[in-house]
Write a new protein. Structure first.
Ligand SMILES: Nc1ncnc2c1ncn2[C@@H]1O[C@H](COP(=O)(O)OP(=O)(O)OP(=O)(O)O)[C@@H](O)[C@H]1O
Ligand SMILES: [Mg+2]
Length: 403
């Protein structure tokens, strides 16, 4: 498990040229959007709420200028707390938060140059879209013309220019969401913080807004920190993903690294849908070959993995395999006597392009993901082929990955 320093390299998708989003007028004259750096760093940050509730345990995280970082983890793992501490809405119990080259622990929220978009949008019901979007600029006494330019530009970006005179109750959920984002954009903050902004939308709208926020990041080239408990959202949106559990960072990596090289069983099981299958069993050695056995079935381990697994000979481990690495023998050329096992199909979920098979092997259950037209019948016996080159093994006690 990674704790403490997690300052990893920025992946290459992060834009590196000057941002194109400069609203003409005052900001351009100030050279504002082009010059300010908006890294965010958390250094050994902890949060203990009254009642000795430790929500965040000594986390360190460096978000690069213009990076899109997603915090993901189950409910209660401390995601919102982290975002609220960055925004200044919650005090930091221990540690330091830096924005740009300034430590902001004692800087009030309004001076942090950050805009936050919440799950419930928090629009003012009695104000029009225009008034909602311009409200904070008005409070900050921006000139009327400047406000108008900014609102118009943001409304164009978000495709809500025709809705400016409506009130929130006259909008769909997706439109309200855009207004909430627009209200953040007009401020041209150094950093955008999003706390589950799509969770009130229906599934289709969520997918659409997800793509729009991705485009927005490319267009604005701003630093964004995005919180979600949805692993699909995390995988599809982040340059890097921070996986959290119980207030502790489990792993920070780009989406594919997280998927292919999870550091522990929690990350392996959290990222991916349907999730990775886990089977508890033992490593055994026979005729100088290593096998994984779960009493009712035994699989040969590939030789590349022998070295890492040798210390576990005779011991219990978790074997992990993703649904897409399991095949019906009829539809693969990889089958051999050493990676094939008899199984029973208990349920089939057709998804269209693919089908999920719920399978029993011995005492264990697995989900396999097969082609939509390759599906067997319920209660049918099949020969299941596991691609053992894609298998993972986890320490039974620490749940850290072995290989
Ligand atoms: N104001 C508070 N006072 C006391 N405990 C709190 C407070 N706010 C949050 N907590 C606790 O801190 C922990 C982290 O909460 P947080 O809201 O950060 O979780 P989260 O990851 O955002 O969860 P969710 O996905 O449900 O929004 C939880 O155990 C929660 O009960
Ligand atoms: Mg939350």
């Amino acid at each position: 498990m990674e704790r403490g320093t997690n300052y990893e390299r920025r992946p290459k998708e992060v834009p590196s040229e000057a941002p194109p989003f400069v609203i003409k007028g005052r900001d351009e004259a100030e050279g504002r959007a082009t010059k300010k750096m908006a890294q965010v760093s958390l250094k050994d940050v902890s949060k203990i709420y009254p009642g000795n509730i430790q929500a965040v345990h000594t986390i360190s995280l460096g978000v690069e200028n213009r990076e899109f970082v997603v915090l993901v983890g189950p409910s209660g793992c401390g995601k919102s707390t982290i975002l609220r501490m960055i925004a200044g809405l919650e005090d930091v119990t221990k540690g330091e938060i830096w924005i740009g080259n300034k430590m902001v622990n004692d800087v009030p929220p309004k001076d942090r140059d950050i805009a936050m978009v919440f799950q419930n949008y928090a629009l003012y019901p009695h104000m029009t879209v225009y008034e909602n979007m311009s409200f904070t600029l008005k409070l900050r006494k921006y000139p009327k013309r400047e406000i108008k330019t900014r609102v118009k530009e943001a409304a164009d970006i978000l495709g809500i220019a025709k809705l400016l005179n409506r009130r929130p109750k006259e909008l769909s959920g997706g439109q309200r969401q855009r207004v909430a984002v627009g209200r953040a954009i007009v401020r041209k903050p150094l950093v955008f913080l999003f706390d589950e902004p799509l969770s009130n939308l229906d599934a289709k709208m969520r997918v659409q807004m997800r793509a729009e926020l991705n485009k927005l990041h490319i267009r604005l080239q701003s630093t964004m920190i995005y919180v979600t408990h949805d692993q699909t959202e995390a995988m599809t949106m982040g340059n890097r993903i921070v996986v959290m559990k119980d207030g502790i960072i489990q792993q920070i990596a780009d989406p594919i690294t997280l998927y292919d090289k999870p550091v522990n069983k929690f990350v392996a099981g959290f990222m991916g849908s349907p999730p990775m299958n886990f089977i508890k069993g033992r490593i055994i050695k026979k005729d100088s070959k290593f096998f994984f056995t779960e009493d009712s079935f035994t699989m040969k381990i590939i030789e590349d993995m022998y070295k890492k697994l040798a210390p576990y000979e005779g011991k219990e481990v978790f074997f992990g395999i993703r649904p897409e690495d399991i095949y019906d023998k009829l539809f693969t050329s990889q089958a051999s006597s050493e990676n094939t096992v008899k199984a029973v199909v208990e349920m089939v979920e057709p998804m269209g392009a693919e089908s999920y098979l719920y399978i029993a092997i011995g005492k264990s259950s697995l989900i396999a993901r097969v082609g939509g037209h390759d599906k067997p019948e319920v209660n049918q016996d099949i020969d299941l082929v596991l691609d053992m080159s894609k298998a993972h093994f986890f320490n039974k006690d620490t749940e850290e990955i072995i290989i």
